[in-house]
Write a new protein. Structure first.
Length: 195
């Protein structure tokens, strides 16, 4: 990138990563389809880098019907085989099956709570956790909140939702502000935080 604004170290210099860092990461999400997108993408990220997933995001969007949980929940074994043959996404059978199952469980949560948003934000009491890390080395891999979220999601049948994946999801969905204090986005995202 041409500008010299200070950023979190993980953003690097790849245009897609920088754009994601600068416009999306840490911005509070309230739309259930966006929640499903991050839940799905973070599940597929397990064992891989976020940069790999971000490069394939458009392909995931096409393969998983624009991240529509109603459509994805109705996928069949034929769809699993189709997705396993799609070289533009991560072709991991267990992750594919988990995404389909997670879509169905998300719909169950919507039925119970009115929205997935209302349910998922309950783990932070409806507020963004505002951290003040001076370096990425201070940022934890998981927290008590992500452990509670993981346990409850697993209890409800969700898969690929361990505490570390849940924390990455919380960071992406703006449930925590983990931009370092030296990053130009820290204050901008703080202003957007749910209170």
């Amino acid at each position: 990138m041409s500008d010299r604004r200070p950023r979190c170290g993980w953003a690097g210099s790849e245009a897609g990563m920088v754009a994601y860092h600068d416009t999306e990461w840490g911005v509070p999400v309230s739309d259930d389809r966006r929640h499903f997108e991050f839940l799905l993408l973070d599940g597929f990220q397990a064992g891989l880098s976020w940069a790999v997933i971000l490069r394939k995001r458009a392909a995931f969007q096409a393969a998983f019907r624009d991240f529509d949980p109603v459509a994805v929940s109705s996928f069949t074994e034929d769809d699993v085989h189709r997705l396993q043959g799609d070289a533009s996404i991560v072709r991991h059978r267990m992750k594919i099956e988990a995404a389909i199952g997670n879509a169905a469980h998300l719909l169950e949560v919507q039925e119970e709570f009115g929205s997935f948003d209302a349910f998922i934000w309950s783990f932070t009491e409806g507020r963004t956790i505002r951290n003040r890390w001076s370096s990425m080395a201070e940022v934890p891999a998981f927290t008590q909140e992500s452990e509670r979220m993981s346990n409850e999601l697993r209890r409800r049948g969700f898969r690929f939702v361990g505490p570390t994946i849940c924390y990455a999801y919380m960071q992406a969905a703006g449930m925590v502000n983990d931009h370092t204090t030296s990053c130009f986005r820290h204050e901008e995202v703080r202003q957007l935080a749910r209170r």
